[in-house]
Design a binder for this molecule. Structure first.
Ligand code: FAD
Ligand code: MLT
Ligand code: ZN
Length: 623
C-alpha cells in the first residue's frame, strides 16, 4: 500500500454498530441513574440499583476505542439487565414498570449493536486491507497514482520490464491464496533474481513509502502471502531465486536461495548422499524462504525439529534495503543475539529472507512405515507413549487421522484406499533406523504386537516396500486437498501437550455439535508434536461460504477458548498471517505482544513489510 493514501477508515458497518452500541449504552446508564435518583431511594435495594450503572460506565472507553473484548463482554453481561428488566416490568407498577420495560428494550438494542459490531469486525478482518495503517498525511489519489507509476518505472529499470508484472496481465496466481479464502490486488508483481535486486527493489519501495508483500510458493494457509485489496502493494516473488548455492558434505550443511522449492532441497541433499528432513504435503510448491518465514513443521518434527531447528544461518534484506549476510554454517555461536531467529517465523514482517544455510543429516539406513487402527484418541496417545519407549530416537513420525478425514480422502481420491475403514482413529508411524531393515522391522512389529496385546491397537500393518510406504503417506498428505475439494472450511493448527489432546477434542466436539447441527469434524495431524489440525467443515445441508459467514467466529471462539484453557497455542504451524491477526491479542501474553511491537518498530519503523500480518502496530489497531 502507498502510505499516502488513507486506508485505515473502519467500514460503515463497523462505525454504525459502534455508534448504536455507544448510544444504547449511554441511554442505559442514564436510565440506571435516573431510576436510582427518582424512585429507588424510596425502596429497599436502592444502592444496588445505582451500582448497576457502574459496569456499564467502565465499558464506555472500551467501546470508544473499539476494543473487541469489550463488545463481546457487553453482549454477554447485558442479558442480566434484560432479565432484570423483564422481571421488574411484571412485578412493579407505574413508572417503575415503564422504566423496566425501557431497560429491557435498551438491553436488547445494546446486545444487537454489540453482536453486530463483533460480526462486522470479523467480516472486515477477513479482508486483508482492513485496518491498514496510513502513516503519512492524507494526499490526493493523483499523487499516489503518479508515485505508483514512478515506482513501476524505477522497478523496471532495476529488474527489466519483463520481471515487473502489472495489470492487465493476469496476476491471480499471486493475488489469491491457496485456500481461496481471499483475493487481493497488487500494484505490481516483481520477480528479482538476486539478493542485490531484492535490495534495490526494497530501497525503491521504501523511498516512496510503498509496502511489500514477500511471497514464496503461496501455499500458506493463513492469508499472509497475498497483497491486500488496495492495489497499492508490491508483491515480491522469490521464485526466481532458486539456486542451490553449495552442499557442504563435510559440515553436513547446504546453502540455498530462498526461492528453492522444498522438494528441490530434499533432492539436492539426497544427491549428495545426505538427508534434509523437513517434509510437508506442499513440498512440491512451497519454498525454503516461506518455510523459514512460517517456521514450518510437517511430519518429521518429532525427530528433527521444525524449520527453525534446521537453520544455521540466513541472508536477509532489511526494510530499508540493507543486506544482512548471516549465512553462517556454524552450529555454535554465542556472539550476542541470535538474529536469525528473529526472522524465522516472522512471516515476512521483519525482513525478506534471500538465502539460508540449513542442516543436513546422514540418511537413515532404513525407514519403515506402519498404519495402525485404534478405537479412540486416548488410545493414540497411549500408542505414542509406547512408541517413544520402545523406539526411542528412531521414532521419526507419528501422525493421527480420524475416520471422517480418511472418508473425505476416499470420496475425492477413490484410488487412495486406507488399509482399515471401520475404526475411529488411525495412526501412521515411521521408524528411521540406523542399523538395518531387519532391525527396523523387528522393532516396529514388536511395538505393534505389544500394543495389540494391550488392546491399545485394534489392527495394524507394516508397509513391506517403499512404494507401499509412500502410498500410506500419500493418503495422509491428501487430507488437506480432499478437504479443499469438499469446500471452504475452518482450519486450526493448535498445539497442546499430547496428553491433553483427547480432553480438548472431546470437549470441543461436544460444544460444536451443540452449536452446529451436523457439523463435520476433520481432525488429523502431528500427535507426536502435540499438534492437531482441528478442522471444521460445513454440515452437508449448508453452503460452505454461508457456513463461514454464520459460524466461523463462533467456531474459532470455542476452539481457541478450549485450547487456551488447557495451556495450548492457537497456532503451532501455519502462523498468524491476516486470518488470525485480530485473534492473537486475545491469547498472547501482553508483555510478549509489546516486545513484538518494539522489535517490529525497530526493524521496520515505517511498517512497510507485510503490514497487517502477524501483529497490528499501535496506529493500525482496529480495536
Ligand atoms: P508463502 O505461502 O508464499 O508465504 C508464507 C508467509 O511467508 C507469508 O507471510 C509470506 O509473506 C512469507 N514469506 C514467503 N517467502 C518469504 C521470504 N523469502 N522472506 C520473507 N518472508 C517470506 N505447513 C506446515 O507447517 N506443516 C505442514 O504439514 C503443512 N502442510 C501443508 C499441506 C498443504 C497441502 C498446503 C497447501 C500447505 C501446507 N502447509 C503446511 C502450509 C505451507 O505450505 C507452509 O506454511 C509453507 O512453509 C509456506 O511456504 P511458501 O513458500 O508457500 O510461503
Ligand atoms: C498438514 O499437516 O497436512 C497441514 O498442516 C495442512 C492442513 O492443516 O490442512
Ligand atoms: Zn500440519
Amino acid at each position: 500500500m502507498i502510505h499516502n493514501n488513507p486506508t485505515n477508515e473502519p467500514s460503515k458497518e463497523v462505525k454504525l454498530t459502534q455508534n448504536a452500541a455507544l448510544i444504547s449504552l449511554l441511554l442505559l446508564i442514564v436510565l440506571c441513574l435516573a431510576w436510582e435518583w427518582s424512585w429507588a431511594p424510596l425502596k429497599p435495594g436502592g444502592t444496588w440499583l445505582a451500582l448497576k450503572a457502574l459496569p456499564l460506565v467502565f465499558a464506555v472507553p472500551g467501546l470508544i476505542k473499539r476494543r473487541l473484548y469489550t463488545y463481546r463482554w457487553l453482549s454477554l453481561v447485558v442479558w442480566l439487565y434484560f432479565i432484570e428488566g423483564v422481571v421488574r416490568a411484571y412485578s412493579d407498577v407505574g413508572d417503575s414498570a415503564r422504566l423496566a420495560s425501557l431497560e429491557t428494550a435498551l438491553s436488547v438494542l445494546l446486545f444487537m449493536a454489540c453482536a453486530g459490531h463483533v460480526r462486522a469486525r470479523f467480516k472486515a478482518s477477513l479482508s486483508p486491507s482492513n485496518g491498514e495503517h496510513s502513516s503519512a498525511p492524507n494526499t490526493s489519489r493523483e499523487l499516489s497514482t503518479a508515485r505508483a507509476q514512478q515506482l513501476i518505472d524505477q522497478l523496471k529499470t532495476i529488474l527489466g520490464t519483463e520481471q515487473v508484472l502489472t495489470p492487465p496481465l493476469d496476476l491471480s496466481a499471486y493475488e489469491q491464496d491457496w485456500r481461496k479464502r481471499a483475493k487481493g490486488r497488487a500494484l505490481c508483481v516483481v520477480r528479482p533474481a538476486s539478493t542485490e535486486e531484492v535490495s534495490a527493489v526494497v530501497k525503491a519501495c521504501a523511498s516512496l513509502g510503498v509496502s511489500i508483500v514477500p511471497q514464496g510458493g503461496n501455499t500458506g494457509l493463513v492469508v499472509g502471502s497475498i497483497p491486500d485489496e488496495s492495489g497499492e502493494q508490491v508483491l515480491l516473488s522469490l521464485q526466481r531465486m532458486n539456486t542451490v548455492r553449495a552442499v557442504h558434505t563435510d559440515n553436513l550443511s547446504i546453502e540455498v536461495e530462498a526461492g528453492c522449492v522444498l522438494a528441490q532441497v530434499q533432492e539436492a541433499a539426497l544427491a549428495a548422499g545426505l538427508f534434509f528432513p523437513l517434509s510437508l504435503g506442499s513440498e512440491g510448491s512451497c519454498t525454503i524462504g516461506g518455510n523459514l518465514s512460517t517456521n514450518a513443521g510437517g511430519t518429521q518434527v518429532l525427530r528433527y525439529g521444525n524449520a527453525r531447528d534446521l537453520c544455521l544461518g540466513l541472508e536477509v534484506v532489511l526494510a530499508n534495503g540493507e543486506i544482512w549476510r548471516g549465512l553462517s554454517g556454524l552450529r555454535k555461536d554465542n556472539t550476542g543475539y541470535d538474529l536469525k531467529n528473529l526472522f524465522i517465523g516472522s512471516e515476512g514482517t521483519l525482513g525478506i529472507i534471500t538465502a539460508a544455510s540449513l542442516k543436513l543429516f546422514p540418511k537413515p539406513k532404513s525407514t519403515l512405515t506402519a498404519w495402525a487402527a485404534l478405537d479412540s484418541l486416548q488410545a493414540c496417545v497411549k500408542l505414542l507413549g509406547l512408541a517413544h519407549e520402545k523406539l526411542g530416537i528412531g521414532l521419526s513420525g507419528f501422525e493421527v487421522m480420524n475416520q471422517y478425514s480418511l472418508g473425505l480422502v476416499q470420496k475425492h481420491f477413490p484410488t487412495l484406499q486406507a488399509p482399515f475403514q471401520d475404526y475411529a482413529w488411525c495412526a501412521l508411524l515411521e521408524l528411521s533406523d540406523n542399523e538395518s531393515t531387519e532391525h527396523a522391522h523387528e522393532q516396529l512389529v514388536g511395538l505393534l504386537e505389544l500394543a495389540m496385546d494391550h488392546g491399545t491397537v485394534q489392527n495394524a500393518t507394516v508397509a513391506d516396500n517403499l512404494s507401499k510406504a509412500a502410498q500410506l503417506w500419500h493418503i495422509r498428505e491428501s487430507i488437506t486437498l480432499a478437504q479443499a475439494q469438499e469446500g471452504l472450511n475452518i482450519k486450526h493448527d493448535i498445539s497442546l501437550s499430547a496428553s491433553n489432546i483427547p480432553t480438548f477434542v472431546a470437549q470441543t466436539d461436544r460444544e460444536l455439535g451443540e452449536l452446529i447441527d451436523g457439523v463435520r469434524l476433520v481432525n488429523f495431524g502431528h500427535l507426536g508434536d502435540g499438534n492437531l489440525h482441528y478442522n471444521v467443515q460445513a454440515p452437508e445441508r449448508l453452503e460452505s461460504a454461508q457456513f463461514l459467514r454464520d459460524f466461523e467466529q463462533h467456531v474459532n471462539d470455542v476452539v481457541h477458548r478450549n485450547v487456551f484453557a488447557l495451556g495450548g497455542s492457537i497456532s503451532a504451524e501455519h502462523g498468524i498471517g491476516s486470518l488470525k491477526v485480530d485473534t492473537l491479542p486475545h491469547y498472547k501474553d501482553p508483555q510478549a505482544l509489546s516486545m513484538m511491537r518494539r522489535i517490529k518498530d525497530s526493524l521496520d519503523p515505517a511498517h512497510t513489510l507485510n503490514p497487517g500480518r502477524v501483529i497490528r502496530m499501535e496506529t493500525q489497531q482496529p480495536h
